[in-house]
Design a protein around this ligand. Sequence first.
Ligand code: IDC
Length: 300
Amino acid sequence: MSLERLHVDGTFLKNESGSIVQLKGISTSGIGWYPQYVNELLFKEFKEEWKSDIIRIAMYTEEDDGYCSDGDKEFLKSVVDKGVKAAADNDMYAIVDWHILSDNNPHINKEEAKKFFEEMVPKYVDYTNVIYEICNEPNGNEVTWQVVKEYAEEIIPIIRKYDKKAVILVGTPKWSQLVLEAEKDRITIDDNLMYVLHFYAGTHKDELRESMQKAIDKGLPIFVSEYGIVDASGNGAVNLEETEKWIALMNKNKVSYCMWNLSNRNETSAMVKPECDKIHGFEPDDLTPAGNWLKEMLTR
Ligand code: IDC
């Protein structure tokens, strides 16, 4: 495998020779719902034709077919495994995303999270492409940064028991928006981590962009592991004007980003048209406006 390990330095991701690296790619939808898109031919296409550097493998913990609800754990782990390996084979980074959402407080499924990382991390110690995202979007008024930080302080040592080098991403309160709260009280037990900010361009505009810039100016390393070019429901109109403002800001700061989502779900954030059953070999006609925009943006 020729991918270089990455590490966090200041607000940047850097490679082994110390150059700044900015990763751009896509996030799957829930892999319990759409496992078919985690396939080698598609990943190869993403790398070669779409110039994607990274795939985020989103495994819901609750919702239907979630890892901690009624999902088939062995199957879900096998999809994560297939995704990490298909990404590695195509020289792409892979985010293993513990996708909390309706389980708004990461402590709700913490014991399962510990078992999951205990089991999965040792498998990838020799993989240079894995990035761990330990809680997608903490949310709810009681889920303050302190609550998330306490969770992170329990999970990070489990990952580090096996993998000393992988970059770890930590979600922030209010669906991964309150990066300024994290900035005021950073995690000190580890320094190879980044704080997560998510935005949906139809919903989140100047105010959240200002938070991002302020946090970066204060030296906080930020990773946008998920963004939508539509509104926060994952649906609604594509908002290219706001999207391009976000892209410009992230590029200026060399922030990495993955677009939501890789599926043919009947929602505007999905990349593939609902009537298209292909799982690779996508032509412009197979893709939604979001899918076509993503390819155009990645290949600029
Ligand atoms: C949405 C999906 C939708 C699914 C729903 C589950 O697009 O098909 O029914 O989750 O509740 C997020 C979340 C992400 C959401 C997405 C859009 O991380 O799981 O996906 N979103 O609502 N944060 C902000 C928006």
